[in-house]
Design a protein around this ligand. Structure first.
Ligand code: ZN
Length: 512
């Protein structure tokens, strides 16, 4: 039989069809796997709900009073407060330690508890100043201990005064026939009406006034807030069809698709990436916001490569308003990165403090003026508290704000827990401290160096921008190494944004 072209086995066609069939199968499998994961998560939720119902039913059967989630949370808080009271009494009872209490390196949540205050989400949200949610966006006001400032630090006398009033108010409403929830709301409303956030006497007495803002949580929260804004903008611009139910259906070339691949490839935040995909599968980008707590590592990575995310937002069909939104994020990211770099230093100079004040102020203003999310407690604290506290710490110790950081504390706790595995119950702490002494002091003294933490000395501003002239100050590659700035920072609209922020008034050339 002649081997004609028609009858010959077409290997190219076969390979192409096989590739297509395989691709289809992979896609099918991926969406099935996602569905499976989703159903697993729902099942886990059902199991949890069943456990909760069982606990409540057993409480009812044993004639225990019904406890709502709020009540349970309050009981836990009371128990925690009692525990902390014992601990602080013990520490302050020791004369030597009492004399030496100079700093309280704690995050704001913990400081609020030590100060006997309401939670951070209350109307007067700051443990450091008498600022209220309604006037936080006031760009003319400032914070400081001097009388000319609108926002002042809390006074101890005033704290005690309010506690007295709150106690008598609680007694007054105790006997009224109201539910626990309503009573609680009335108490918090009463505290807010006193222009305060004080509920109990501070566990640390007057030492609470020595607290300074802690940079670790602040920087993580600020980057988390930045990412939320970028993510919202990406989803808005992508205009995904309603049929797009899972992340696997999101087109790779869409703004959202590019943002996530940039998050993975450039920022290298794999964990956050997975979380965003899962969040999209559950909510399709609408509904509740993404809940994710940034770690110190992720914040550092954002400091180095936030511009690749901002760049992923650009599209060929961008309108002027779209372009303006991108430039605002670029401006915001640079001020945040510079502030983070300056608040995380042990050694700092006077002129760097001035740079920090300027960067923090610009960060606050751009949030208040251009972003719909506006000013939240993190933004306000970074903009107003940080420069003042950095100055106080500098005049007190001649050092930067990093001396009150909690960076590495969680790693230390994990390390101590590991050491506790080889101890006996009775002598646990003694053995842990002995072990720690040998590892941290004795071994290095005898020439055995422990492997150091690589990220410890890494800078927040990437060194490439100082070493390589091809990079712009923001961290992005310039179109041409001889250019002063990259295509985003050099945009004419950027100058208008800078002008608006400096003047505190949106320029007529920009859109509201
Ligand atoms: Zn740039």
């Amino acid at each position: 039989m002649p081997n004609t072209k028609d009858k010959r086995f077409n290997i190219a066609m076969y390979m192409k069809e096989r590739k297509e069939a395989r691709f289809k199968a992979v896609l099918n499998h991926r969406s099935l796997a996602l569905e499976h994961k989703k159903s697993e998560r729902i099942q886990a939720k059902i199991v949890k709900a069943k456990e909760k119902t069982a606990a409540l039913t057993s409480d009812l059967e044993n004639n225990m009073p019904f406890r709502t989630a709020t009540k349970r949370r309050r009981e836990t808080m009371t128990a925690k407060r009692c525990k902390m009271k014992d601990l602080t009494n013990y520490v302050l009872g020791c004369k030597r330690s009492k004399r030496n209490v100079q700093e309280l390196p704690n995050d704001m949540k913990m400081l609020a508890m030590l100060a006997g205050e309401l939670v951070i989400s209350s109307k007067y949200f700051s443990p450091f100043a008498n600022v209220c949610k309604d006037d936080a966006t006031d760009l003319q006001a400032s914070f400081g201990p001097e009388p000319g400032h609108k926002w002042q630090p809390w006074e101890y006398k005033q704290r005690v005064n309010v506690v007295g009033k709150v106690e008598s108010f609680k007694k007054k409403i105790e006997k009224k026939p109201l539910s626990c929830k309503v009573k609680r709301t009335k108490v918090t409303e009463f505290i807010a009406s006193q222009k305060s956030r004080q509920e109990f006497l501070p566990l640390l007495d007057k030492y609470i006034d020595q607290a300074h803002v802690e940079p670790l949580h602040l920087k993580n929260n600020a980057w988390q807030y930045f990412f939320k804004g970028v993510l919202k903008e990406a989803i808005r611009k992508s205009k995904l069809p309603v049929s797009c139910k899972t992340f696997s259906e999101v087109p790779e070339e869409s703004v959202f698709g590019r943002l996530i691949s940039s998050l993975k490839m450039h920022v290298k935040a794999g964990c956050l990436c997975k979380k965003v995909k899962r969040w999209f599968d559950d909510t399709q980008g609408s509904g509740p916001d993404l809940q994710y707590r940034f770690t110190g590592k992720e914040s550092r990575r954002f400091c180095h490569n936030y511009m690749s995310l901002v760049n992923a937002l650009s599209d060929d069909n961008d309108t002027k308003a779209d372009r303006q939104a991108i430039l605002v994020f670029a401006y915001l990211g640079q001020r945040l990165r510079d502030s983070v770099s300056l608040i995380n230093r042990f050694d700092i100079k006077e002129e760097q403090l001035a740079q920090l004040t300027l960067a923090a102020q610009e960060y606050l203003r751009v949030n208040a003026m251009f972003l719909s999310t506006s000013v939240n407690p993190t933004v306000w604290t970074l903009g107003h508290i940080v420069p003042v506290h950095a100055q106080q710490v500098f005049s007190q110790y001649n050092k930067g704000l990093a001396i009150v950081t909690m960076e590495g504390r969680e790693a230390k706790h994990i390390f101590l827990k590991k050491l506790s595995q080889n101890t006996t119950y009775q002598r646990r702490w003694l053995e842990i401290f002995k072990h720690e002494y040998i590892m941290l002091v004795w071994l290095p003294e005898h020439g055995y160096e422990l492997p150091g933490n690589k990220s410890h000395n890494e800078a927040y501003i990437p060194p490439r921008i100082f070493e390589n002239p091809s990079y712009c100050y923001c961290g992005l590659l310039k179109t041409n190494p001889s250019d002063a700035k990259c295509s985003i920072c050099g945009d004419p609209l950027m100058r208008l944004i800078e002008k608006s922020v400096t003047e505190g008034k949106i320029d007529s050339g920009l859109k509201l």
